[in-house]
Design a protein around this ligand. Structure first.
Ligand SMILES: [Zn+2]
Length: 176
């Protein structure tokens, strides 16, 4: 896998005209002195579901794709353009677990750096408390291959690579 770098380092040429005169302009943007093209590296939105079973254990998924293939994650994913966070999470839960949402309520957010294709992708991960139609007999699909339940105080945070997900679990454990 290519080492993930900040967009300032990864984007070397102007994506509009191809000029090498594509210079850093502030902390999170680059500007082309050839054609004037100016691009900002804004944060992407992502969503994550906090789902409990009747025994008070929380649902985790195993990632079937890189980065962090085989590691734990929370159900969720990137928000599509022009989608609400709620629509995005309902769609992701349908795609990954084939299940409908009964109720969801915003809980908290944490930032993350998602290493993808040699690029550090900055995200803001929005966590929701979610009640599903059922948590029984769900079949993992799409970019996950397993569903596992752990008490949030007992899950191994080393198995959860995303800093945002670690922070969501810490926040949950602080309230109890
Ligand atoms: Zn240019």
């Amino acid at each position: 896998m290519i080492e993930a770098k900040h967009p300032n380092q990864r984007y070397q040429y102007c994506p509009s005209c191809g000029s090498a005169q594509f210079q850093q302009s502030g902390e999170r943007s680059k500007k082309c002195s050839g054609c004037g093209f100016h691009v900002f590296f804004n944060t992407s939105s992502a969503v994550a579901a906090i789902i409990f079973d009747e025994a008070g254990r929380m649902m985790f998924t195993r990632r079937a794709i890189e980065p962090h293939k085989g590691m734990l994650d929370l159900p969720g994913g990137f928000v599509d353009p022009m989608e609400t966070a709620e629509e995005s999470l309902a769609r992701e839960l349908q795609e990954e677990l084939g299940v409908k949402v009964n109720k969801m309520e915003y809980y908290c957010s944490f930032p993350n750096i998602y290493p993808f294709s040699g690029l550090e992708v900055f995200t803001l991960d929005l966590a929701f408390m979610v009640e599903l139609e059922t948590v029984q007999n769900l079949a993992p699909m799409d970019d996950i291959y397993a569903i596992e339940f752990y008490h949030p105080a007992e899950v191994d945070l080393e198995e959860l690579p995303a800093l945002s997900m670690k922070n969501i679990i810490k926040r949950l454990n602080e309230r109890s």
